[in-house]
Design a protein around this ligand. Structure first.
Ligand code: ARG
Length: 458
């Protein structure tokens, strides 16, 4: 025997570097508590079904609890020769309570064990992500509530298009995050099922009770097919894909924060805690955290692509390739949780430079649509109105002025429909206020959206 727990099948002990290459303990120790949790449920099931005696199960349970306490205090030291978290813990258990510890693995395999661990881990982490998304949404709502009547240019093609409420702009991200949160919530029903008891691939000859261990672990059901239970990682892919979409949203928001805090825009100022200076240019205040979140989005995409690629060619059932599922998942969890925490702090502390934003809505042609709407509301076909206003804009550009600077007779020359109230229509505040269609930027709409949002967050 080579000293390994599966050593019966091998005559020679593997070279050290092969051990190291094949081992996953350096990263799957992240699953130590989940592995013990799964084993505790498994041994309780073995006792209930009479596969182990009460005494055997009692000894194993006590041993596992001892290991659990040590794990919680970070007192376990793992060995590369023991390959992974499952074999490390099993050998520690045997060292702790003697050969009876070897009975724990009755009716299960590392294949259903690792899948169970990962389901338990993903369940905890998905819930944590959901909580942190809610926290960020709260910060957005708060900032938005302070800025309902703050005007900012709205853009298309990064060209000024129409003035909008800054709160409306912020709230666009609230709703994106709301859908992100829902995706994580909905994924929980696929994460929360038990692969335990699927065995290596085919089930087991022991009279196990999979429903019982599933129930002990808080799973809502069991995988119906033992091959499926140990072969798929679509629940992890779903988490990665939901994370990728959410990071894409955070990345776009980051990009806007970076633009808005630039010298060119000067719409916001980031708190010192979320920006850094330059080692050479004393004037600099860099939006590092926003840039990093934008940058880290790339690694989450990479982790998703990585796991999709690992899985695409695998015949059923378990293949060692699947050991590659974990690092990308752990890295994504760390990245997503970190990004959400940082983003929440960055949003709640940023200073809005209302005057600069509002000034930007005045010195441009983003009120041109108002003119066209004005004519259209007086009966002129919109296409014609568009043409009339286009000519007025050209006239202003050539003269070096804005629409509101033109005298009334100039407007009247372009169309007899123009009256004195045209100046009111050109005012960006009025332009925003009047866009009162459902989901639009009108202040009334924004206020009712904020109310709806606050109810969602309770
Ligand atoms: N360390 C392995 C993994 O992460 C556990 C499952 C190993 N199963 C096996 N038959 N080699 O996938």
């Amino acid at each position: 025997m080579s000293g390994k727990l599966w050593g019966g099948r091998f005559t020679k002990s593997a070279e050290e570097w092969v051990d190291e290459f094949g081992a996953s303990i350096s990263f799957d120790q992240e699953l130590v508590l989940e592995d013990i949790q799964g084993s505790l449920a498994h041994v309780a099931m073995l006792q209930k079904t009479g596969i182990l005696t009460q005494e055997e199960a009692g000894q194993i349970t006590d041993g596992l609890k001892t290991l659990q306490k040590r794990a919680e205090h970070d007192e376990l030291s793992f060995k590369v020769e023991m390959e992974d978290i499952h074999l490390n813990l099993e050998s520690m258990l045997i060292a702790e309570i003697g050969p009876v510890g070897g009975k724990l693995h009755t009716g299960r395999s590392r294949n259903d064990q690792v899948a169970t661990d990962l389901h338990l881990y993903m369940r905890t982490q998905a819930k944590e992500v959901i909580t942190l998304i809610s926290g960020l949404q709260k910060a957005i709502v708060q900032k938005a509530e302070e800025n309902v009547e703050t005007l900012i240019p709205g853009y298309t093609h990064l060209q000024r298009a129409q003035p909008i409420s800054f709160a409306h702009h912020l709230m666009a991200y609230f709703w994106m995050l709301e859908r992100d949160k829902q995706r994580f919530q909905e994924s929980l029903k696929r994460i929360n099922i038990s692969p335990l008891g699927a065995g290596a691939l085919a089930g087991t000859t022991f009279p196990i009770d999979r429903h019982y261990s599933a129930e002990l672990l808080g799973f809502e059901g069991i995988y119906e097919n033992s091959l499926d239970a140990v072969s798929d990682r679509d629940f992890a892919l779903e988490f990665l894909s939901n994370s990728a979409t959410m990071m894409m949203h955070l990345s776009r928001f980051s990009e806007e924060i970076i633009l808005w805090s630039s010298q060119e825009f000067q719409f916001i100022e980031l708190d010192d805690a979320f920006s850094t200076g330059s080692s050479i240019m004393p004037q600099k205040k860099n939006p590092d955290m926003a840039e990093l979140i934008r940058g880290k989005t790339g690694r989450v995409y990479g982790n998703l692509t990585g796991l999709l690629t690992v899985l695409k060619g695998l015949p059923l059932a378990y293949n060692k390739d699947m050991q590659e599922d974990k690092e990308g998942v752990f890295d994504t969890v760390k990245t997503v949780l970190g990004s959400l925490k940082i983003f929440t702090g960055m949003i709640s502390t940023l200073k809005v430079k209302k005057e600069v934003m509002e000034k930007a809505t005045k010195n441009d042609f983003s009120n041109a649509t108002e003119l066209a709407d004005y004519l259209a509301s007086k009966g002129m076909p919109f296409r014609e109105a568009h043409e009339v206003v286009g000519k007025l804009v050209l006239f202003c550009v050539q003269k070096g002025c804005y629409l509101a600077d033109l005298p009334l007779n100039q407007f009247k020359q372009a169309s007899s429909l123009f009256e004195e109230d045209i100046y009111e229509a050109l005012n960006p505040y009025q332009a925003v206020k009047r866009r009162n269609s459902a989901g639009g930027t009108g202040f009334e709409q924004v206020r009712s959206a904020l109310e709806k949002a606050s109810k969602i967050l309770i």
